[in-house]
Write a protein that binds this ligand. Structure first.
Ligand code: HEC
Length: 120
């Protein structure tokens, strides 16, 4: 193989490696300003508005949100539902049967997620 071709191939491979190894810092979310929110602050909100339907220990038969791990793993779709317009049939709490979350409470849930789901 001619030297020039080898050089071009080497250059191409190096540029690929450089691209692949560049950290994608620009897309990282800065969470340093997110207020500290713990599970003990958000669990009373879930209990007030999502029980009994999502609490199997209270006879609920809907997907359970009554523990730390369940709240953590379901938080994305929970947040989606509570932020729908109340007229949407997917809005939660279901059919307005329990008290809706206030904007502050929704922010609290969001910050709990952004802050990495603190347990204590
Ligand atoms: C009065 C009973 C009741 C209450 C209270 C209630 N839900 Fe629901 N939930 C339901 C029913 C019924 C369904 C199934 C129908 C549907 O998906 O819309 C459901 C489904 C869901 C789902 C979809 C679960 C899945 O995995 O498919 C989410 C998420 C959800 N609820 C979130 C909440 C949140 C968050 C609260 C509290 C703020 C809440 N719900 C309060 C009755 C309730």
């Amino acid at each position: 193989m001619p030297v020039l071709t080898r050089c071009l191939i080497a250059l191409f491979v190096m540029s690929l490696l450089t691209f692949a190894c560049t950290p994608k810092t620009a897309t990282k979310i800065d969470t340093s300003n997110v207020p500290v929110v713990t599970y003990s602050e958000i669990s009373p909100i879930i209990l007030r508005s999502c029980a009994p339907c999502h609490f199997p220990d209270q006879g609920g038969n809907k997907p359970a949100f009554n523990t730390y791990l369940l709240a953590k793993s379901n938080m994305a779709k929970m947040l989606k539902r509570v932020q729908l317009p109340q007229s949407n049939f997917r809005f939660m709490p279901y059919k307005g049967k329990k008290e809706a979350l206030s904007q502050e409470e929704i922010e609290l849930l969001k910050n709990w997620a952004l802050g990495g789901y603190r347990e204590g």
